[in-house]
Design a protein around this ligand. Structure first.
Ligand code: GLY
Length: 557
């Protein structure tokens, strides 16, 4: 019945399209995507009668062609799904190869070797994206697999006009890696991608055609697998044929969390993001309820920034201690988001003082890059998908002959307890390297439901800052009742325990507030982060928005 009603609406609805802007329409279907190519491909699938998962699969492969900074077939990700009233979660995170071991990035003195987990073949986990998309299609796909690969194949084969932001990123990356003396084949593959000219990727097109014709086996077996393994052997990497064949995507129960009148449906471990977002909004609620007289914190006010930062300290202390791959370690998810625990953590927050970093312990006893997209189809099914090769352009090396970049996701493990990774996150035993283990992630593709209706789809890139972007986007949209456009563009801030008392902030906060935060003792790190792509359902219909600083495109039709 819902489907018939939605189909009738298709006929009467007016089309709207925007670049980087929220769009309000009678509700229909919406996409909020990190570039125009993926937006057009996803919307075309929806208009052809495909569902949100079909559109997500087409978009994922397009991004592997047009957004090489983070879109990928050489990486992994998470997909949060609402489908015909049920919630689901697909974990297609990379896994450590069988020959990986906990000290593999340490030198003889036990120090972490610079760049080994960040650059080159040895930095790569076993890619999960193709297995993930294949699993998603098997369970939910309605259009043929071959059809969903078409846009990516043609963009790789016939080329696409390079956006300036992409050519700028390529130039920046080539310069930076040369400066650091890091040698690879990135420039050979990408230096011809110049702004406003057509860029073709024939090797990638051939790889995508193998996947199109043979599904998952087109990547993990046969010619493409052979190229990956020989690239590994020639460049000091660890991934073997056995590793490729051992890779499997996993269907997990999504993490659900009741917040006010809503149900959050979000990423469970091996993401730290779902637990962290639940803790963050839970402690904010607990704090405002317990404060006497009851305090309501104005959006982006000084007190709001301080209280949210204090919560961030506690969230990241727990993350460092407890979080890892649930197939290897016991992650106490229920305890970490239990109301009593949230209340107790919130109670210790002082509105006027910064807590001492060293005193914030885990509370239980006992280029950054990446990319995200949000899709809502005409039947109300929704996909929030975050995917990554870790840093911008991943490990910086392309599988020779196969034309795709490999991830440097091994850096998301804790190479040594207490030593921060690229994102400044520390970890311990729970996130130590082990064969076939999945590295801890911050990716947080999130849906919010009111009853059975999806009212928000959100997510962002940005390493550990993803957690702040997602938390603040959902507070902006639902607590502060902003439009989708305002929710993604309002200035954000991030506190993650370490570096000590440091708040990373977008531009756009009042100078006087920034000065007062400094006087309170905070160190202000003024650097933008994140790239939100958000869909919001209002009584008037759907709104979709992509953050204005990126190259995203959102549409409601
Ligand atoms: N590579 C970033 C993350 O998964 O959190």
């Amino acid at each position: 019945m819902a489907r018939i009603f939605a189909l009738i609406l298709t006929v009467i609805v007016v089309t709207a399209c925007s670049h980087n802007q929220a769009t309000t329409q009678v509700y229909q279907q919406a996409v909020a995507m990190p570039d125009s190519f993926s937006a057009d491909a996803a919307m075309a699938v929806l208009e052809e009668g495909g569902n949100a998962v079909d559109a997500a699969i087409a978009a994922q492969f397009v991004l592997a062609v047009t957004l090489p900074e983070a879109g990928n077939i050489g990486g992994g990700g998470f997909m949060t799904i609402a489908f015909e009233g049920e919630n689901d979660f697909l974990d297609y995170r990379e896994m450590a190869p069988a020959n990986a071991h906990r000290d593999m990035y340490l030198d003889n003195e036990g120090n972490v070797k610079p760049y080994e987990s960040l650059f080159g073949a040895k930095a790569s986990g076993i890619p999960g994206t193709v297995a993930g998309m294949w699993a998603a299609h098997k369970k939910y796909g309605s259009l043929p697999w071959e059809r969903l690969l078409e846009p990516a194949v043609s963009l790789a084969e016939e080329g696409f006009i390079v956006p300036k932001k992409l050519s700028d990123n390529i130039a920046w990356y080539i310069e930076k890696t040369e400066e650091q003396g890091l040698k690879g084949n990135f420039a050979h593959y990408f230096s011809q991608a110049k702004a406003n000219t057509r860029f073709t990727q024939p090797e990638l097109a051939t790889t995508l055609k193998h996947i199109q014709a043979q599904g998952k086996d087109g990547f993990y077996r046969g010619e493409v697998a052979e190229k990956i393994v020989s690239f590994m052997q020639n460049n000091g990497g660890l991934i073997t044929h056995d590793d490729l064949q051992a890779y499997h995507a996993v269907w997990r129960a999504p993490l659900t969390y009741q917040w006010q009148d809503y149900t959050l449906v979000t990423a469970p471990p091996p993401s730290s993001g779902g637990v962290a977002v639940a803790q963050w909004i839970g402690m904010l609620d607990a704090y405002t309820t317990m404060a006497t007289p009851s305090t309501s914190l104005k959006h982006n006010s000084l007190d709001y920034i301080h209280v949210m930062s204090e919560i961030g300290k506690r969230v990241f202390a727990d993350r460092a201690q407890y979080m890892g791959d649930p197939d290897f370690v016991n992650v106490p998810v229920n305890a970490l988001i239990a109301p009593d625990y949230i209340d107790a953590r919130a109670k210790a927050i002082n509105l006027h003082e910064i807590s001492v970093t060293e005193d914030i312990k885990p509370g239980l006893k006992e280029s950054e890059d990446t990319t995200h997209f949000s899709i809502l189809d005409r039947w109300g099914n929704a996909v929030a998908n975050t995917t990554t090769i870790n840093l911008t352009f991943g490990s910086g090396v392309v599988v020779s002959g196969a034309g795709f970049l490999l991830n440097d996701e091994m850096d998301d493990f804790s190479a040594k307890p207490g030593v921060p990774n690229f994102f400044g996150a520390v970890g311990g035993e729970a996130n130590a390297i082990a064969p076939y283990k999945r590295m801890l992630s911050s990716m947080t593709p999130t849906l919010v439901k009111e009853g059975n209706d999806v009212v928000l789809v959100t997510g962002s890139p940005g390493g550990t800052t993803i957690i702040s972007s997602v938390t603040q986007s959902l507070l902006n949209a639902l607590l502060f009742d902003m439009t989708a456009e305002d929710a993604v563009n309002a200035p954000r801030f991030h506190h993650q325990l370490l570096p000590k008392d440091t708040i990373r902030m977008h531009d756009g906060f009042l100078d006087s507030d920034v000065q007062q935060l400094k006087q309170r003792g905070y160190v202000i790190d003024q650097r933008r982060f994140g790239d939100l792509h958000l869909i919001k359902r209002t009584h008037q219909g759907l709104e979709a928005a992509s953050e204005a600083s990126g190259r995203g495109k959102s549409m409601v039709r």
